[in-house]
Write a protein that binds this ligand. Structure first.
Ligand SMILES: Cc1ncc(COP(=O)(O)O)c(C=O)c1O
Length: 283
């Protein structure tokens, strides 16, 4: 069945939705995006996603296409129109359509596109069994804190992982793990949760912020610093976080079992807490 999508002020059946071939998102990946999860028909941490969107737009001197209130209304209408109980809302803002030129065009209206995806998020094989990751070089650009639509490097990374019989890849730069292809990366050693500190090297995950807050509230020790793949292989546990996977255990890295090779108690507990707490504040 065709979805209802949103394009520049209009709600349309997906087959009728069109964007210019001159759109800079299409020609230059000159655009940013957000993915917000939906549980029980409600948005998880919507304000967090709007704050990061504003920051991404600001870093690229890109205009904000609609107010936060309008953006929320569009999310709600798409959830209603497409009957989304569990799934995702994808939103993308690009600088808009202009004749091809490297300089930013002036006076061009940004393009805004949103669509929904129905998806099981809570009860997944990955969450129950954990995932296997392989390490690969981080070949991305230097502003990973901006959530741009240039996703070829992570796409290549996921294909390399698949070819190696794994579920995903962790990216390594200068000997240290930056993050996963589409998630933040963590290890647990002696009860301490270790994850890379925020900088331009990684995306500032909305789920990361929530999970670290919940972990500290639950008196768990958190250390924000880089770690190596060797250290990860020796860890008691490993896991990833993202809006669509929440907290997902990692049970194997480069063929080495982590802990006893099954999801660890810290990752399982954090997933429970995250789901419980996020549901309370879902809107
Ligand atoms: C590279 C990268 N890191 C981390 C994340 C996790 O961010 P969030 O928790 O906001 O989904 C994502 C999500 O798409 C990502 O692409």
């Amino acid at each position: 069945m065709s979805r209802t999508v949103y394009v520049n002020g209009e709600y349309l059946p997906e087959e009728d939705a069109k964007i210019s071939i001159f759109d800079r998102g299409f020609l230059m990946a000159d655009g940013v995006y957000e993915v917000t999860s939906v549980l029980d028909g409600k948005l998880l941490d919507f304000p967090g996603h709007m704050t990061r969107l504003a920051r991404s737009l600001g870093e690229l001197d890109m205009d904000t296409p609609v107010t936060d209130a309008e953006m929320e209304a569009i999310h709600r209408e798409l959830i209603r129109a497409n009957d989304i109980d569990e799934g995702l809302v994808y939103l993308q803002v690009t600088r808009g359509a202009a004749d091809r030129d490297f300089h930013y065009p002036e006076g061009v209206k940004p393009s805004l596109v949103l669509f929904t995806q129905k998806k099981t998020l809570t009860e997944t094989p990955a969450a129950t069994n954990g995932i296997k990751v392989v390490s690969i070089p981080d070949i991305r650009w230097g502003r990973r804190d901006i959530k741009t639509v240039q996703l070829l490097a992570p796409s290549m990374g996921k294909m390399a992982a698949k070819a190696a019989g794994a579920d995903d890849a962790w990216l390594v730069e200068d000997g240290f793990v930056t993050e996963g292809t589409s998630n933040n990366a963590y290890i647990v050693k002696g009860g301490k949760i270790i994850t890379r500190n925020l900088s331009t090297d990684i995306l500032h995950g909305i789920t990361r912020a929530a999970v670290l807050r919940f972990a500290r509230e639950a008196q768990m020790e958190v250390e924000e610093r880089p770690f190596t793949i060797d250290e990860a292989k020796e860890a008691d546990e490993a896991f990833i976080t993202s809006a669509s996977t929440f907290v997902c255990p990692v049970v194997e890295i480069d063929g080495a079992k982590i802990g006893d090779g099954t999801p660890g108690p810290v990752a399982r507990r954090l997933r429970e807490i995250y789901l419980e707490e996020s549901r309370k504040t879902a809107t």
